[in-house]
Design a protein around this ligand. Structure first.
Ligand code: PA5
Length: 438
């Protein structure tokens, strides 16, 4: 289903790397690679309990029948996947019912305040998602939402809360047990950014009215197509290898290029997947994204003429459209396009940009996919996960941890007065005072 085009490596290059890739693949499959406690995503979709899928659908239907809004509280891997798929597949204009709103993914008081007032008078449910059950942003948003539900429904408030969390540990699981919310399990052996095909993603998707069977099918097809140890047959590993090839040539940033505005959040998911997995031990390709042709009128300039530290991965995936340019009596210089399909114009813009950027020293890879649906997007996500694991191993890092995010958390929790971080507080305050920042 995916075509990987414009690779700088040929068959001979792939053959040269095939032994090395096979070794890394086998280490991963056999649980000998770094982070092997978090490889549950590899075959999760094909082994996922059908009864659990049914339970997700049953609860989702109840919300779809009754609610105006589902508020999903989660951050990082606990929201980006669902947000990506919902935004990709919902209509661009007009609100669907129930509307899906994400929160708990920032620390903006204004955002929370607006949300609280928006929810006034609306029938809303909450899906709080946190694997650890102790993430500050999510827990804070959830506290406000729970208060609102208590105000609205009294002792029945818990009937409006669905919690997705670890099966036994964390503050959120404790609340599930004590307060009786319906809950779903985040598997212990699947990390946040690899969890979109678990209840973390499936429940919001189902409430949004998307076909989660098809989404899982896309993952299952991905498992079949991208689990080969043989580099020649495995496009995900080829993409992973080529990314590493460009990185070794000093292309330190990868730009994911999309031509469909609805894929904006997909790019955010991509950035988290690769950035949080690869960026450690002083290594990693910095992932960024552009939404073309919009960004050709902004970042396009620096891509074309700036420092040559980028390569681009063009996602050739667009919604189907039969729209063509109407005839007109206006003098708008578009006469030569009359009757042309807008989809063909998009493709021409993509090809024109590719040549312009390549000629300026910015290599372009193309990932072509013709299935813009739950299935196609699930397939693409699995492809990306496999590629990400492979590039990380090629760079010698563990794809499944995120030690770097602890530094800001420790400082933030210490500054906010969390008693468990009290020992860090004074030194931080002193530093901030010496910089004149407090
Ligand atoms: O990919 C990851 O593991 C992270 O982005 C987490 O998903 C994020 O930090 C949220 O964690 P939690 O689900 O424990 O609240």
């Amino acid at each position: 289903m995916i075509k990987f085009k414009n690779s700088p490596l040929n068959m001979e290059d792939y053959q040269k790397h095939s032994e090395g890739i096979k070794k890394l693949h086998l280490a991963m499959e056999e649980g000998r690679a770094a982070g092997s406690d978090y490889l549950g995503w590899l075959y999760y979709a094909s082994s996922f309990d059908k009864n659990e899928v049914d339970r997700i659908k049953t609860h989702a239907k109840k919300i779809r029948d009754q609610a105006d809004v589902l508020v999903v509280a989660g951050i990082g891997g606990s929201y980006l996947g669902a947000d990506a798929i919902i935004r990709a597949l919902e209509l661009s204009f007009g609100r669907s019912k129930p509307e899906i709103i994400f929160c708990g993914n920032n620390l903006s008081g204004a955002y929370l305040e607006e949300l609280i007032s928006y929810l006034d008078g609306k029938n809303f449910y909450v899906n709080v998602i946190s694997k650890s059950g102790r993430t500050l942003e999510t827990a804070l948003a959830f506290r406000f939402l729970k208060d609102l539900l208590i105000e609205k429904h009294g002792s029945d408030y818990y009937k409006y809360i669905y919690a997705t969390t670890d099966s036994s540990s964390g503050a959120l699981r404790k609340q599930v047990v004590e307060e009786g919310f319906v809950s779903f399990e985040v598997p212990g052996n699947v990390g946040g950014r690899f969890s979109v095909m678990t209840p973390v993603g499936l429940f919001p998707l189902a409430v949004a009215g998307l076909n989660i069977d098809e989404f899982l099918e896309g993952f299952i097809e991905g498992e079949k197509d991208f689990s080969s140890e043989n580099l020649i047959d495995n496009l995900a590993y080829q993409y992973g290898l080529v990314r590493n090839h460009y990185y070794n040539q000093g292309k330190l940033m990868e730009i994911l290029v999309t031509y469909e505005p609805a894929l904006g959040q997909f790019a955010e998911w991509f950035k988290q997947l690769f950035g949080e997995s690869e960026g450690k031990d002083g290594r990693g390709i910095f992932p960024i994204s552009v939404a073309n042709t919009t960004d050709l009128h902004s970042l396009g300039q620096i891509i074309q003429d700036g420092k040559k530290i980028f390569f681009e991965t063009v996602l050739d995936l667009t919604k189907k459209t039969s729209l063509s340019v109407p005839s007109s009596h206006m003098e708008d210089d578009l006469g030569y396009l009359e009757g042309e399909r807008v989809g063909v114009m998009t493709k021409n813009a993509q090809l024109a940009t590719l040549i312009a950027h390549e000629e300026a020293g910015v290599p372009n890879l193309i990932l072509e996919l013709d299935d813009y649906s739950e299935r196609g997007l699930g397939y693409l996500m699995y492809f990306m996960m496999r590629a990400c694991a492979m590039t990380s191993y090629l760079q010698g890092v563990n794809p499944f941890d995120q030690p770097g995010v602890e530094a800001y958390k420790t400082n933030m929790l210490a500054l906010m007065g969390n008693p468990s971080y009290a020992q860090y507080r004074q030194a931080l305050v002193d530093k901030l005072v010496s910089k004149g920042l407090i």
